[in-house]
Every structure is written in C-alpha cells, then in structure tokens.
Ligand binder design. Sequence first.
Ligand code: UDP
Ligand code: MN
Length: 324
Amino acid sequence: MNLKFVAVLLFLVVVLGVMFIYLKPIYRFREGLCDSSEGRLKYPQPSITHGRTDVVSVTPWLAPVVWEGTFYPVLLDSIYQKRNITVAATVFAVGKYIRFLKDFLETAEQHFFVGFRVKVYVFTDQPNEVPKVKMAAGRELVVRSVPNSKRWQEISARRMEIIQTLIEETLKNDVDYIFCLDVDSKFHSRWGTESLGELVAVIHPGYYKDDRSKFPYERRPASRAYVAPGEGDFYYCGGAFGGVLAEVHQLAQTCRKNFEDDAKEGIEAAWQEESHLNRYMWLNKPSKVLSPEYLWQDFKARNSEVRVIRFSGVIKNYNEIRPN
Ligand code: UDP
Ligand code: MN
C-alpha cells in the first residue's frame, strides 16, 4: 500500500477522533441529557473549573447573566414544567410597525417558550391587519386595540401605561411571568425558561464592552431618569424586559409616572422609556440579567462571545416607518 495514503488515512482518523472527543460533550451540554428510566434527568456533573470563562456569568449582586453554555435547557424546562407556568408576552404594533408582526409571531412560535403555556398580547391600532398565525396547543394570541399617536416617542412611551393596566386588569390571576418585547425583531433560537426571574433585564448589544461613562443614560439631573457619572451597572435594552407580574407592574408604574412627571416639566429623557428603565434597574437590581444574545441587532456583526443569537432587531428605515 502507498505510504502516503496510509499517512493521510491515519491523519483523518486522528482528526475525527479529536473532533468526536471534543464535540460530543459540547453537543451533550447543549441538548441536555435526558434519561427518564427512573423518572429522573441525567446531565453532566456541574462544572466548577470549566464553563464560560470568556464572559461574566454573574453580577456583583449575584444575579445570573445568561449566556449560551451556562445552563442546561432540559433541566430548567423540567423544573418549570412541574410548576405549570404561564408566560405572557406583550408586543406593540402601531402604525407602520404592523409590518413586523407576522415574522415576530411566527418566529415566537418556533422559539419562545416552546412547550409552555404562552399568551401573546398584541396591541395595535389595526386589529384587522393582525396576521393569522397558527398557534400551537396551549398558546394563545390576544389582540387589543390602542389609538395611534402623532409622535413615535408617545407610542413607545405609552407602552408602560398599557402594560401596567394589562397586569392590573387582566393578567393578575392567570399568568406567572411577563415579557415586554419590541415588535421590530425576530426570534432565531431558543428563548425559554432560562430567562425567568423576578425582575429580568437584557444587556444592550451596543454598549456591553464600553465603560459606563459611555452609556447613553439620561445625564440631565432635572430628569427623573437621571443617572449620575460613576453610577449604573449595565446599559439595558428598552426593547425587552420582564419578570413576575408584581415586579413588572412596579417597574411599569414607576417608569410611567417618572416619564409623565418629566413631561409636565417639559423634559423628555434621552432614550424615552429606555432611559427610565435604566434608572429603575440601577435602583432596583434585576434578579436575572440576559446577555445580548437576547436582543442583538441585525446590522451588528456577531462578536465571538455571542455563540447564539436568540432574538434580534431587524434593520429598518427610521425615516420611512416612524410617523414623525
Ligand atoms: N412602536 C410602534 N409604532 C411606532 C413606533 C414604535 O408600534 O410607530 C412600538 C414597536 O413595538 C417598537 C417599539 O414601539 O418595536 C419601540 O420602537 P422602535 O422599535 O422604533 O425603537 P428602537 O428599537 O429603534 O429603539
Ligand atoms: Mn425596536
């Protein structure tokens, strides 16, 4: 036999062997390992010396920061299945933003709390234009009418008020968790039980490597969204937040009041309710922090620490879709 051929064959065997040894644990980790022979789950021993070392996975106040590779989906799902939870999602599609709704809803069916009871609340000024998306068993779409506004800042700001009222009037008794999400985005990968917590915030993908002095917090002390120099933990997204009903109610009520009191004095915070949310999260630390995997932006190249993009804002032409 040709010596070269044997050498190539040997090389291939070694490469495949290394790949098998290296990739198998990763695969097992991602999928979780399910062995229900005695009704118990089996999964790899929790690691103490390995895991993600390229990202921070816990905050200084000991809240988890959720990154791919820091949790076992199957294990988490089994814990929450037993609790028989219901998760609500709110999404606003007012004016031209109705065009984003179909993709949002369809991809939510594929990735958002699959296998759990989910109620998606759509708030729109065009209820007849809401696409008919087939929902799986146990999942429900609820459409509510809201008026349009002349200014996009108002549409965006009124969300807090509507979320507050929804929690008070409708959700109180039959929902456990709520997530409030921007419509101009799509799901690409799992967003599930790993994201659950009392108060949940998502780190903004645009600033997570920056010093806090660069965060676009509201910097005028006259505003109720003010964050002083040297203050602030992360810069969080206005486009996704959540938690248990009581916590999200408190957040929505506070942000709404601060926004309105600012408005009475002729002040509008730099990034409207996102600024108020950031101030709120600084004073009331989130119990779970989601990495930028949970709200990436399609125009941004993916950074190496981001192994999975779960939810991402689509590219849009602001001049074309915003009323003013
Ligand atoms: N929105 C809407 N109609 C508008 C403006 C905003 O329905 O005319 C809602 C929509 O859910 C959107 C959210 O408010 O996702 C926040 O606005 P936008 O996404 O434009 O803010 P950005 O993510 O660009 O900061
Ligand atoms: Mn958005």
